[in-house]
Design a protein around this ligand. Structure first.
Ligand SMILES: [Fe+2]
Length: 345
């Protein structure tokens, strides 16, 4: 198991790099834009393949590295379904599992610091974002924060985990790096309250100044989406409405790039094939499954995914690999549903 805690001293942000082995797939949690070069260097040094970049919530104190990492590595960007960002490649909800090769994290919806705060539980440790900090809790006075919701997230979800569970937060300003659920229960001054009312009163009296970066970071972090327009301008996109006419046609191969869990949860376009995004490079290169399918049958390859990000990147990769017929459904299944496209479960 590879587990690295990386620190941005400007914003006091912790970023976590996870992988099951050298040479394997990697996942990064809460990357900071200014540190992207450092992450890429470490990923290369450890011979890892970054496949997912995740933010625990919409950050107000730094600009996320999600977009830059996607542009550099073609990884999948992931956030919770409540995050008010223009688009991410994949969205998660409570009860979902965030997986890469050899690593699985349970998704917990833990609102309060913001209304889009999520925690990720992996075996003996939990990544708590800004919901639960070491000897502190995330402020609840902006970004739809809610101290009562936070009390519920902390007391009824996080503190129900075994006492020995390690806590890895998104921030620390005093140099603390890790704690445990049991330790925070006993010694976190914010948690020594008798009721939700007492907690709300405590949080209401904090009177903190706004983060220096807030006016820059929040709007910037809302727009990390991949520019699907570029793909459309090259003539490599079809609208969901136009794509409705493509189903069932013998000269078209609709390719679903999503994960099995997304397919089960949101449904599948009838007649489409499944070729998950992480296998894309192998599939589109000469000799690969999709490359040969297109060559042998003359079928036009039409990618789709959840929101059109993975499929837009897939079109570029396929075109680069010489698959000239490749295009994608702009906006993905999200747009398909809005166009009343049929789905099978
Ligand atoms: Fe935060």
């Amino acid at each position: 198991m590879i587990f690295r805690q990386l620190f941005d001293s400007v914003s006091g942000t912790y970023t976590y790099l996870l992988a099951s082995r050298r040479g394997g797939e990697a996942l990064i949690i809460d990357p900071v834009l200014e540190k992207v070069e450092r992450y890429i260097q470490l990923i290369n040094e450890l011979d890892l393949k970054l496949v997912k970049a995740v933010d625990t919530h919409l950050h107000a104190d730094h600009i996320t590295g999600l977009g830059a990492l996607r542009d550099r590595t073609r990884c999948i960007t992931v956030m919770g379904e409540r995050s008010n960002v223009d688009v991410v490649s994949m969205r998660l909800a409570e009860g979902d599992k965030l997986t890469i090769e050899g690593v699985g994290l349970d998704v917990l919806y833990t609102p309060g610091h913001t209304d889009d705060s999520y925690s990720f539980l992996m075996d003996d440790r939990v990544f708590t974002g800004d919901t639960l900090l070491i000897r502190g809790t995330g402020r609840t006075d902006f970004q739809n924060g809610d101290s009562r919701a936070q009390y519920d997230s902390i007391f009824n979800k996080l503190l129900k985990l075994p006492d020995e569970t390690l806590i890895f937060p998104a921030h620390d300003y005093k140099g603390e790096t890790v704690s445990t659920i049991g330790e925070e229960k006993a010694f976190n001054p914010r948690l020594q309250v008798k009721s939700v009312d007492e907690y709300a009163e405590l949080m209401g009296k904090l009177n903190l100044p706004n983060p220096k970066m807030m006016d820059v970071a929040v709007p910037a972090n809302m727009h990390v989406g991949y520019a699907q327009e570029v793909i459309a301008q090259r003539g490599w996109a079809v609208t969901a409405t136009d794509a409705l006419k493509l189903t069932g046609r013998p000269d078209v191969a609709l390719i679903d790039l999503r994960e099995r869990t997304e397919r089960e949860k949101h449904g599948v376009i009838p007649g489409s094939l499944h070729a998950p995004y992480p296998d894309l490079q192998a599939n589109v290169r000469p000799g690969g499954m999709l490359h040969e399918l297109a060559a042998a049958t003359g079928k036009r390859v039409v990618f789709y995914c959840a929101f059109g990000e993975r499929s837009a990147m897939a079109v570029q990769a396929a075109q680069d690999a010489g698959l000239r017929s490749a295009c994608h459904i702009h906006g993905g299944i999200d747009a398909w549903k809005k166009a009343d496209g049929p789905l099978t479960h």
